[in-house]
Write a protein that binds this ligand. Sequence first.
Ligand code: SF4
Length: 418
Amino acid sequence: MNVHDSEKMAGILKAGGYAEAANTEDADLIIFNTCSIRQKAEQKFRSELGRIKLLKSKNPLLKIAVAGCIAQQRGRDILKRSPHVDYVFGPQNIHKLSAMLTTNAMVCIEDNPEIQHTDLPAERKENIKAWVSIMYGCNNFCSYCIVPYTRGRERSRPSQNMYKEIHELAEKGFKEVTLLGQNVNSYNSDTNFPGLLRKIDTIKEVERIRFVTSHPRDLSDELILCIKELPKTCEHIHLPLQSGSGRILKLMNRGYTYEDYLEKVRKLKESIPHIAITTDLIAGFPSETDNDHSMTIKALRSIEFDGIFAFKFSPRQGTKAAEMEGSINEEIKSQRLNEILGLQDDITLRKNEALKGTLQEVLVEGASKKDKGKITGRTRTNKIVNFEGDESLIGKLVNVEIRMAMRHSLEGRLTSQS
Ligand code: SF4
């Protein structure tokens, strides 16, 4: 979400006559697009912001802006604590960037109830895959999460706006789009999310459609049918579980039980046997006992995700979980996280090994960063595959036979161009 917001800021700046500086020392304007999902991201931002102060003393014309969720949360306080900052604007006020730059110090953090109608030009670095926002904000208020406070209420863009945007992307040669939202399953405008997928699937030049993120509670049978039936919609779903313990899920205000989640996974696997399912997990949520943690471990063993993003619980000021009793000490959090990650490493490897000998459709994305002379791409299930091939294949769909499996990637052999 933040990466795509940065693309929109770059698009606005480009339209306003700005060009990208080769490095921060040469820049007339530096924007920090911040994330406040965990404490660590916030600390990184603070130290970078301190470091950049020096540049301002060398170049008094330099303007510094702070955008993103930390800007939204801290607002004017950023200007007070860091007087070298000129502008502060939240994720709902990106459209004001141009106007803001013509004024002196300014804070823009108000709610934007029209954000779904505020289409902005995006300056994308890649030319094969593109992010496309379909909605903004979130109504869920999971107890640990700051997003509903920083990005506001859920607002869905009208489907014809995405249709037009994706059409234009296709004309420019983009082959894959990832539809973005905090909870795409609750997209609700002139159609619902499955309706939107069906509409976008008709755009001829688009080869692949992906989407993130899906809230398990709102995953419908209709959506499962779309993944199964629609030729361009990829067989991969990111479905954040967060914990295998029903008690913790309740404290997290996730709106589903572990059994509900299992049932959705069962339906997904039954309809689309080769689907890849990935998830997010939080280790050491307040009051999490050894027993709760072992339920998460059990969930990993029984569901066998294709990949996970797991992090230690990080209290976010202003959320309910930050006030909860029973905080877990850092050492235990780390132990639990390591156990989760270690187990998942084995599962991922085993799942990747099961692909050996299979033929996979791969969208070639570029030259391999690790292996000189090889090219790289992703399967429909979002697994990275490296193989020998000519760079003229970049942007094309090819068939690759999987020869070797590692934890984070696969090695293959090009068989034919599809
Ligand atoms: S659904 Fe996602 S974005 Fe919304 S509150 Fe929960 S964790 Fe945060």
